[in-house]
Structures are given as structure tokens and as C-alpha cells.
Design a protein around this ligand. Structure first.
Ligand code: KIV
Ligand code: ZN
Length: 394
């Protein structure tokens, strides 16, 4: 259905899932070590490239939870987070000892606001601390990621300088977090283009986006970052994360899939696992998603209005841009309610095994409409009762 044409092969965007770190540290989402391990296995089955397992320096139980994931989970890389200090980095190294593909993710704030009010450090101090952190992490693992916290409110030339220094010190991935969800799509795309042009040896780095959703723009901003050259996106299942959350993985992945010719990018996610993984997270945390949430919400493939139902019965492309089966739903749903029409009613009755003539259908339709004045949703059992109760039916 995507009519744009890009002749070249799609770029591969790595999915770095931080549900167990950024997501887990948000209100209402805490998990036990056993739950984190269970969910980490589900993420590996989903096909994520890297699982950020936690922040080992925050507590012994987080360290042990990360270590269990590093020991047990195969198929995805395992990352743990550290501030640029030796205690944090040593805790990461301990947690990752048995990982198949370990990554240490070090971060430091770079924006003027954070430098002055949070760290009380000058630019030079921050730069020196970042380099020391990356170098220390490289003594333990080959795969080091550097994040410039609050990057989107950092002076671009300083951001380019610190990213270049982190790369020279041995970082492989340069992550550019929009820590407070402040940026816009055009702005973040331009920043990634700027960094790719101005970071020394930029061609050696994998640029990564990490967008928060304070203005509801995290997915749009992550997609724009990809257009600007990001080749890793940090995201979470159901968009959980600090405050309003992070970029929702299911939305990002399906935007790339559905508009593949437009974005020219793809991921390694097994998309049919998206809904089961979303539901697993809801069961574990008790935090559900809203009904109208894209991809994984209960209404994402549900149709109630007569015009839409009629269109769907003729061609599903009229009101659906992707197949529900592709993301793990059994099928689209026709919700029988006040806005539904005769076509959908006839179709559902047929599915339920009733062969009604025109007059009988008219009678059921009249009764169905009367019932919708009393009930918001009419279920199959209601329809059966209505159909069985009409004149002339044995
Ligand atoms: O939002 C943020 O800046 C972060 C970093 C620690 C990557 O979560
Ligand atoms: Zn974050």
C-alpha cells in the first residue's frame, strides 16, 4: 500500500529495548528479578538486538537481576547502564560477566542546565569524565555505548566534540537522548545530520536515538532521527518509561514496516510477537494500555460504525493499513453497537450459523437497534437470542 519507491536495500535499524531499565524505573512498572528474567526471554524471542537489563549500581537486587539475564538469555545482546564513575562501571562489569554479547552503556549529562544545576561541572570536566568512563568500560568489554544525557538541549558543537571524544576513547554507539521529550521531528533530524557531518570519524559510529514522550512526539522524533541517519533506536514495549514514557517499540517498528518504501529502513523484530509481548508486560506490571493505543490497544483493529464495517466487508484496505495478524491479533473485530449497520449484522449472523431471508433480517435488525439503546456493545450471545426469537423461525 506504500506507494513511495526507494530502489536501494532498506537500512537495518537496531532495536535497543530499555523496558527493563528506563521502563522499569517508572511509576507503576517495577518488576521482581524473576519477572524481569521472564520478560527478557520474551524480548529475545521478539527479536530485539539489545536488551538493557538494568542499572546494577542502583541496588544489589538490580545487579543480581541483570546478572541472571546476562547468564540465561541468548540471542540478544545484554546492556547495563552506568554513570561515568568507576563504581557504576565495575558493577556493570560484574553483572555482565556471563553475557553472550555484553555492552556497557555509560552516560553523563551534557546540557548547560544539567552541567550547572545537576553536576556543578564545566564542559571540560564533563568531557574528561566521559572519556575516562568510556575508557574504563572498554577495559571490561568491547561493546561500549556512550549517552550524552539531555543531548537535545546541549550546544550542538559541544555535543559533536564530546561524541567525537567518546568515539576516540572506544565507544561504538553514540546515543543522543531527548531526555525530557523536548525536541520536534525537524529539529532532531537536523541534529543527527549535523552530528554525522561534524563528529570526528562519524562514519565509525552507530548513532542512536532515545526519545521521551513528554509532548507525545517520541515515536515521530525517533522516526525523524532515523531519517537523519540514526541506526539504533532505544524504545520500550507499550512505551513505558520515565514520566510520559519512551518511544513505543510497537509503533516505531510498524511505522517502519508499513511505510518501508518511505523510510527505507527495517528492523529484526518478529512483528507477530508484538501483541503477545505487550500483553505479557501488562500482566507482569498490571499497567494496561489505553483502548485506542496504536497497534496493541483493544480498538486498534476494531470497527463499529456502519460505514466502516460495510467498507471493511468489501475490502479490508478501506479502513486498515496493516493486517492485525501481522502484529499478533487473531483478526479484525466488528463491534456490534449503536453505530453498526445491516451489512455487518448480516455478516455476523451468517458467521454464527443463521441463514435468514430479507424479512427475517429486517426484524432482527429492528430488535438489534432497539437493544443498542440499552447496551453499549451487543455480543454474539445477544445476537443469537435475537435471531432465535424472530417470527417464522423454527
Ligand atoms: O533519558 C535519558 O537521557 C536516559 C539516558 C540514561 C540514556 O535514559
Ligand atoms: Zn531515558
Amino acid at each position: 500500500m506504500d506507494t513511495d519507491v526507494r530502489p536501494e536495500a532498506p537500512a537495518r535499524v537496531a532495536i535497543f529495548d530499555t523496558s527493563l531499565r528506563d521502563g522499569e524505573q517508572s511509576p507503576g512498572c517495577s518488576m521482581t528479578a524473576a519477572q524481569k528474567l521472564r520478560f527478557a526471554h520474551a524480548l529475545a524471542e521478539l527479536g530485539v538486538d539489545t536488551i538493557e537489563a538494568g542499572f546494577p549500581a542502583s541496588s544489589d537486587s538490580d545487579l543480581n537481576g541483570c546478572a541472571a539475564i546476562a547468564r540465561d538469555v541468548r540471542g540478544a545482546g545484554v546492556a547495563t547502564l552506568a554513570r561515568c564513575n568507576s563504581g557504576d562501571i565495575e558493577a556493570c562489569a560484574r553483572a555482565l560477566e556471563h553475557a553472550e554479547r555484553p555492552r556497557i552503556h555509560v552516560f553523563i549529562s551534557t546540557s548547560p542546565l544539567h552541567r550547572e544545576h545537576k553536576l556543578g561541572m564545566s564542559r571540560d570536566d564533563v568531557l574528561a569524565r566521559a572519556v575516562a568512563g568510556v575508557e574504563q568500560a572498554r577495559r571490561y568489554v568491547d561493546d561500549v555505548e556512550f549517552s550524552a544525557e539531555d543531548a537535545l538541549r546541549t550546544e550542538p558543537e559541544f555535543l559533536a566534540e564530546i561524541c567525537g571524544a567518546a568515539l576516540a576513547a572506544g565507544a561504538r554507539t553514540l546515543n543522543i537522548p531527548d531526555t525530557v521529550g523536548y525536541t520536534t521531528p525537524a529539529e532532531i533530524r537536523a541534529l543527527f545530520e549535523y552530528l554525522r557531518a561534524h563528529v570526528k570519524d562519524a562514519h565509525k559510529a552507530i548513532f542512536s536515538a532515545h526519545c521521551h514522550d513528554d509532548l507525545g512526539l517520541a515515536v515521530a522524533n525517533s522516526l525523524a532521527a532515523i531519517e537523519g541517519g540514526a541506526r539504533q533506536v532505544e524504545c520500550t514495549v507499550n512505551g513505558i518509561g520515565e514520566r510520559a514514557g519512551n518511544c513505543a517499540m510497537e509503533e516505531l517498528v510498524m511505522a517502519l514496516e508499513t511505510r518501508r518504501a518511505y523510510f527505507g529502513a527495517t528492523t529484526g523484530i518478529h512483528t507477530e510477537r508484538l501483541v503477545p509481548t505487550s500483553r505479557l508486560l501488562t500482566r507482569i506490571t498490571g499497567m494496561g494500555v489505553q483502548r485506542n493505543k496504536a497497534i496493541v490497544g483493544a480498538n486498534a483493529f476494531a470497527h463499529e460504525s456502519g460505514i466502516h464495517q460495510h467498507g471493511m466487508l468489501k475490502h479490508r484496505g478501506t479502513y486498515e493499513i496493516l493486517r492485525p495478524e501481522a502484529v499478533g491479533w487473531a483478526k479484525s473485530q466488528m463491534i456490534m453497537g449503536r453505530h453498526s449497520g445491516r451489512a455487518a449484522l448480516a455478516d455476523r449472523l451468517k458467521e454464527l450459523g443463521f441463514a435468514l431471508d430479507e424479512a427475517q433480517l429486517n426484524q432482527v435488525f429492528g430488535r438489534f437497534k432497539a437493544l443498542t439503546e440499552k447496551k453499549r456493545e451487543v455480543f454474539d450471545a445477544d445476537l443469537e437470542a435475537l435471531a432465535l426469537g424472530i417470527d417464522g423461525r423454527t
